[in-house]
Design a protein around this ligand. Structure first.
Ligand code: GTP
Ligand code: MG
Length: 335
């Protein structure tokens, strides 16, 4: 199951209390203080694991608590530190404070790590309180408390190019044809229920991450179909690839609807650099193809994902547009 939004609670451990203790040796009736410090409370970290692509595991386990530090001991021995807890998340996970919506971390690269709740420090044992006037201090510090936070984690897949189209237009077919990804393809709408990512290799040995998301229909912004919930995954892309279904006579109408729906979700999406491709041209005859080419002109690419027609040109066009606009990617990240 694909999950891209969860709320969790994290709690770091308390520091262990410092110890009050005195040295006991034969023939030394009253030894000096030897109470050790309390151990540090464990912290809770959130860390990227690039093998993951969903927040599913967090859906089933909502609370994460690190261990408390152990109390200090006699003989100047410190208590053990509490164990940390590390929550693994996929690349592209954004961490928000669930209470005030503040963005706390945007975890993108593998191993990126965020300290979500810091463990309390351990209390000092009574050895620290010995002074010329007090050789037998009975004082030690308590450990510091841990912290508890409610967090919202939102996954926005990291991709360079996002595929947008009506159900059945051939988005997954295109992803399959251009990359090593193996998404499900079928002749009914809403075959794709979760985003897929594929790595496209260009002629210049560059790699482009392409995201295929569930289809969008008229009224998606009002919740029709699968709604617009998956658009968050293409918010970070630098380029959008609209895919229109050449089997339909009114495919240009679909293009308008797609833009309207995207705009309702986030107007910035429609200002992104984009390429429009018309798919399934294998179903057209030569005459129809040249008529449409003439009518639409520049900016439209004619392809057949299923039979591999026009894909090299499309790949080149995507690569060029991506390299022109890569630096703008970040500007679109927040709404
Ligand atoms: N003739 C022809 N059929 C195609 C082409 N590309 C895709 N199809 C067919 O169109 C149907 C839908 O393809 P998908 O790739 O699953 O479409 P999708 O846009 O991912 O659909 P959803 O996941 O439902 O949004 C399948 O039956 C494909 O075989 C093409 O270039 N030519
Ligand atoms: Mg699909």
């Amino acid at each position: 199951m694909f999950v891209d939004l969860v709320e969790i609670e994290v709690q770091s451990g308390k520091g262990g209390p410092g110890c009050v203790s005195f040295r006991r040796e034969k023939y030394v009736p009253k030894g000096g203080p030897d109470g050790g410090d309390g151990g540090k409370g464990g912290s809770v970290y959130i860390q990227v694991d690039s093998n993951l692509n969903t927040l599913m595991d967090l859906k089933y386990k909502r609370k994460y608590k690190a261990e408390n530090g152990e109390p200090g001991k006699g003989g100047k021995k410190s208590g053990e530190d509490g164990k940390d807890v590390t929550i693994k998340v996929p690349p592209g996970t954004m961490v928000f404070n669930a209470e005030n919506d503040q963005l706390l971390a945007d975890l993108v690269e593998d191993k990126d790590r965020y300290l979500a709740a810091k463990g309390g420090i351990g209390g000092r044992g009574n050895t620290h309180f010995k002074s010329p006037t007090n050789q037998s201090p009975r004082r030690a510090d308590p450990g510091m408390p841990g912290e508890t936070l409610k967090l919202r984690l939102e996954l926005r897949l990291i991709a360079d190019v996002g595929l947008v189209g009506f159900p059945n237009a051939g988005k997954s077919s295109l992803l399959k044809a251009m990359s090593e990804a193996k998404p499900k393809i079928a002749d009914y709408p809403f075959t794709t229920l979760n985003p897929n990512i594929g790595i496209v290799k260009t002629a210049d040995f560059e790699t482009i991450r392409m995201a295929d998301i569930p289809g969008i229909i008229d009224g998606a912004s009002e919740g029709r179909g699968l709604g617009l919930q998956f658009l968050r995954h293409i918010e970070r892309t630098s380029v959008l690839l609209y895919i229109l279904d050449g089997e339909k006579n009114d495919f240009l109408e679909d293009y308008k609807v797609l833009q309207q729906e995207l705009e309702k979700y986030n107007w910035r999406l429609v200002t992104k650099p984009s390429i429009v491709c018309i798919n399934k041209i294998d179903l057209w005859d030569e005459e129809m193809l040249s008529l449409w080419k003439e009518q639409l002109g520049e900016g439209y690419v004619f392809i057949s994902a299923k039979y591999g027609i026009g894909l090299d040109d499309l790949k080149a066009a995507v690569a060029e547009l991506r390299s022109e606009h890569e630096e703008e990617k970040d500007e679109f990240e927040s709404r």
